[in-house]
Design a protein around this ligand. Structure first.
Ligand SMILES: [Zn+2]
Length: 432
C-alpha cells in the first residue's frame, strides 16, 4: 500500500513489532527476560541432514517443493545444501575469511551473471528470525532448477516465466544465506528467542549480556556522538545487555567484517537485500533520518548536524534530513515497491513499502552501511540497499519470530516472489 510521509508517524503506532519486540526498543537498560512467554516453539527445527552431505540438493517452493520442508533448515544444512547445489548445477561457493567466536565459517555462493555480480542477498543476521536462511537458499535453488529444466516458477498467485528466471539470473547474485551461525545454532538448540551473535567479550561473565547486535555494528554513524542526545541510546545501545548493543567498535565482529568483505570483493554489487522478520515491510534507505533531496551537505558525514541527527519529526529544511538524490530515491522506491507488491500478491498478505527511518532510526545497520559506502568513498560502487521484514509474527509461540508451519510456507512464497521481482526490477533500472 502507498502511504504518505505524514501518515507514517501515525502508522508507526500500529506497528507492533519489527525485528525488535516492543520492550526491546527503549533505551540502553533493556534486559532480556529469561522468563519467556508460555507457548510452543513454532515449526520444528531439522534433525540430521536432509541433503545427505551434499549428495542431494535443495529444491525450492516455486519449482515443485521437492525438498522435505517439514522442518526448518539447521546451520549445517545450509552448507550441505549449497554443496548439493554445487554438485547438481556446478555453481561456485566460497568461505568468508573471518571465523565466528565459536569458530564457524560462513559459506556463500555465486549464481548467474556473466562474470560480474550485481546483487547481494544476505540472510539470518538476527538469529531468531526463523525462515530467513531457508528463504535465501531455496530461492537460488529454484532459479537454478528452473534454468536447468527450462521451466518457470510459481509462488502462490505470482507466476514467473522461464524468460523471467533467465533475466533474474543474468543479474549475477552473491548470497550468504546465514551470516550469524553461532546465534542461529544457539537459538535453534535452546529456543531462547536469541537475536545477537554469541561473542561474550563484553558480557563480564553475565550470560544475559552475551552477544552484539550485528545490525548495529556496521560503520555507519556507529558512534553515539553522531546522534541527537534524545535518540543516541535508541538508535543502538552501549549496554551489553541490550538487544541492540552496538559492540565496542564499528566492525568489531567477524560476521559484520564478513559482510564488508563481500562488498569489498564483489565491487560491482549495485543492489543489496538484508532479510529479516517480522513486520511485513520493505524498508529502503535511509534509516538514520528523514530522506531529503535538496541539501547534499546534510549527510551522515557532516558533524555540524550531529546534535540533531535521528529526529524524524523535525523539518528537513531548517533542521536535518539525510540526503539522497532524487534519482536515487526514485530508483530505490521503484524497486522496493515492486518487491513489496510481489510479496503482497503472492499470498494476499499486505506488505508496506517505506523508508527505514520511519520504522525507527538506527545506527550501524547493514543497509545504511552498504548505501553509504559510495558517499564516504566515491571510488566505491553505489549499492541500493533494503531491509526486508517478512512475515507478521506468531502470537501463539514462546517467541513471536518462530513461524507456524503455515506461516513458514507463506513467508517462503512471499520472500521468493519478492526476490525474483526485485531482480527483474534491478535489471530494468540498471546494474551498472
Ligand atoms: Zn532482524
Amino acid at each position: 500500500m502507498k502511504i504518505t510521509q505524514a501518515s507514517n508517524v501515525l502508522l508507526l503506532a500500529g506497528l507492533a513489532s519489527s525485528c525488535l519486540l516492543p520492550e526491546e526498543r527503549a533505551g540502553g537498560s533493556i534486559r532480556r527476560s529469561l522468563n519467556r512467554r508460555q507457548g510452543n516453539s513454532g515449526k520444528a527445527i531439522g534433525k540430521g541432514d536432509r541433503f545427505n552431505s551434499g549428495n542431494s540438493f535443495p529444491r525450492g517452493i516455486g519449482s515443485g517443493n521437492a525438498t522435505d520442508m517439514t522442518t526448518i533448515l539447521t546451520v549445517s544444512e545450509v552448507t550441505t545444501g549449497l554443496q548439493g547445489l554445487v554438485k547438481e548445477y556446478g555453481i561456485e561457493t566460497f568461505t568468508t575469511p573471518y571465523k565466528t567466536y565459536e569458530g564457524r565459517t560462513i559459506t556463500g555462493a555465486k549464481v548467474g551473471g556473466s562474470g560480474a555480480y550485481h546483487i547481494y542477498l544476505n540472510g539470518a543476521i538476527h538469529a531468531r528470525e526463523r525462515g530467513s536462511h531457508d528463504s535465501v537458499l531455496y530461492f537460488i535453488s529454484d532459479l537454478l532448477y528452473a534454468q536447468k529444466h527450462g521451466t518457470g516458477l510459481t509462488y502462490g498467485k505470482k507466476t514467473y516465466t522461464n524468460a523471467d528466471v533467465l533475466k533474474a539470473l543474468s543479474t549475477g547474485i552473491v548470497v550468504t544465506p546465514l551470516i550469524n551461525p553461532d546465534g542461529v545454532n544457539y537459538d535453534q538448540t535452546t529456543n531462547s528467542c536469541w537475536r545477537k551473535n554469541r561473542n561474550p567479550k563484553s558480557s563480564n561473565g553475565n550470560a544475559n549480556s552475551i552477544g552484539i547486535d550485528l545490525n548495529r555494528n556496521f560503520d555507519f554513524a556507529w558512534d553515539p556522538k553522531k546522534w541527537a542526545s534524545s535518540v543516541a541510546n535508541e538508535v543502538a545501545s552501549s549496554s551489553p545487555s541490550s538487544e541492540v548493543y552496538r559492540g565496542t567498535a564499528a566492525f568489531s565482529e567477524p560476521e559484520t567484517q564478513n559482510m564488508k568483505y563481500i562488498l569489498d570483493t564483489y565491487t560491482k554489487v549495485r543492489w543489496f537485500i538484508d532479510l529479516h522478520s517480522y513486520a511485513g515491510d520493505v524498508l529502503y534507505s535511509w534509516g538514520s533520518d528523514t530522506d531529503q533531496t535538496t541539501q547534499p551537505y546534510k549527510n551522515f558525514l557532516n558533524s555540524t548536524y550531529d546534535s540533531i541527527r535521528g529526529i524524524t519529526s523535525d523539518s528537513t529544511t531548517t533542521r536535518y534530513g539525510e540526503y539522497i538524490s532524487a534519482e536515487d530515491l526514485n530508483n530505490i522506491k521503484t524497486a522496493g515497491t515492486r518487491f513489496g507488491n510481489a510479496m503482497s500478491t503472492s499470498t494476499g498478505r499486505t506488505y508496506t513499502v517505506m523508508q527505514s527511518a520511519y520504522l525507527y532510526p538506527t545506527s550501524g545497520a547493514s543497509d545504511d552501511y552498504a548505501f553509504s559506502r559510495h558517499v564516504a568513498d566515491p571510488t566505491k560502487n553505489k549499492v541500493y540497499s533494503y531491509t526486508v521484514e517478512f512475515g507478521f509474527g506468531n502470537n501463539q509461540a514462546s517467541c513471536p519470530f518462530y513461524p507456524t508451519d503455515a506461516q513458514y510456507t507463506s513467508n517462503l512464497q512471499e520472500t521468493n516472489a519478492g526476490f525474483i521481482e526485485f531482480l527483474l526490477a534491478a535489471a530494468d533500472i540498471g546494474l551498472e
